[in-house]
Each structure stands twice: as structure tokens, then as C-alpha cells.
Design a protein around this ligand. Sequence first.
Ligand code: ACO
Ligand code: ZN
Length: 166
Amino acid sequence: MQVILRQINDVIIRRAEPSDLIPVMEINLKTLPEHYSDYFYESLLAEIPEAFIVAEVNGKHVGYVMCKTEYGFSNFKRLGFVKKGHVVSIAVLEEFRKKGIGKALVEESINGVKLKKCDEFYLEVRCSNTEAVRLYEKLGFVIKQQLNAYYRDGEDAYLMAIEFEK
Ligand code: ACO
Ligand code: ZN
């Protein structure tokens, strides 16, 4: 059953289903240099469908966000051990950007990881990706660390994180 989370004009934001994975992989190939195996997409959808979300316009896939959960040291509390949501990847097709789709995808993924009882949510983003950094900052993420040569091409990442109220 399709779970529609919200609609912005002609854009439908809904939870992904197995049949969405190929179109999601196609968006990923067009928009980002970091790619993943088919199995990895399937495993994220199986693990946390609440935060694997697609954006669709007239039946065409235009964006996605996918996440996982992890247990580990807090990005906020010294020596705290917490459950963390992790934005693995998010993208919107270029011709559909600046319409609020990215923001809606991140907001719905926040709701999704909260449903999974995560204490925090984090991601890595290229330091040069000002569009994305600004979007995350607007939604409450803060830069916690700079990760040296995180990407294969040698670029640094910012680790950005948000802590949820109990
Ligand atoms: N009219 C005009 N501007 C608008 C409107 C509108 N109706 N709605 C939103 N905007 C503006 C926002 O205010 C924002 O502007 P600002 O940055 O100046 O504040 C800007 O458009 C972007 O916001 P959204 O529309 O919500 O985001 P968008 O749909 O453009 O997606 C994203 C952002 C996902 C980062 C996109 O640029 C993208 O796909 N980039 C390539 C892939 C990528 O870099 N992904 C992130 C990698 S990091 C990771 O995956 C963890
Ligand atoms: Zn990551």
C-alpha cells in the first residue's frame, strides 16, 4: 500500500516501495558520484522504510532520500552511546530543484528516523556543496566535524548532525 506523506502542488512525497528502487538508482547515477550496489538499496528499504522516501511528479521519480540506523557514540554528548539515524544519500533531479522538494524529503526522513526512536540524525556532505549544507542548516543540522579526504577524489566532508528532544 502506498504511504503518501505530503503533496506540494504536483509533487507527491511518499515512502518508497521495492518497485521504486530502479528509478532511485537512476536519479543517484545522474546526480551524485557516490553509487551503491542493488543489494545496499534493498537492504536500506528493508531496514528503515520509514525514512526511504521518494518524490514523484506525474508518475516520474524526481528525488529520493534514503537512510540507515546505527548505534554509536553521540555527536553531542561526550561518551554518550546513542541510536543514530544516518542520511546515506539524498538527491533531486536538477530540473526539479529549488521547489522545496529537498526540504520536504529531509523533513520526512527526520520524521522517519524519529519513528525508529533515534536520538540523533547525521550525514556527511562535501564541504563545497553549499546548496546542501544550507538546506541541512535550515532544518537544524549543525556542522560537528570536518572529515579529512572523506571522498574518493580527496575532498573533505562536513559531518552534520541534529539532536532530537526526548
Ligand atoms: N521558489 C524559489 N526557491 C525555492 C522554492 C521556491 N518555490 N522552494 C525552495 N526554494 C529554495 C530554498 O529556499 C533553497 O534556497 P537556499 O539554499 O538559498 O536557502 C533552495 O531552493 C533549495 O531548497 P529545496 O528546494 O528544498 O532543495 P532542492 O529540492 O533543490 O534539493 C538538494 C536540494 C537535494 C541538495 C539538491 O540540490 C541536489 O539534489 N543536489 C545534488 C545531489 C546532492 O548534492 N545531494 C546531497 C549530497 S549529501 C548527502 O547525500 C548526505
Ligand atoms: Zn554517510
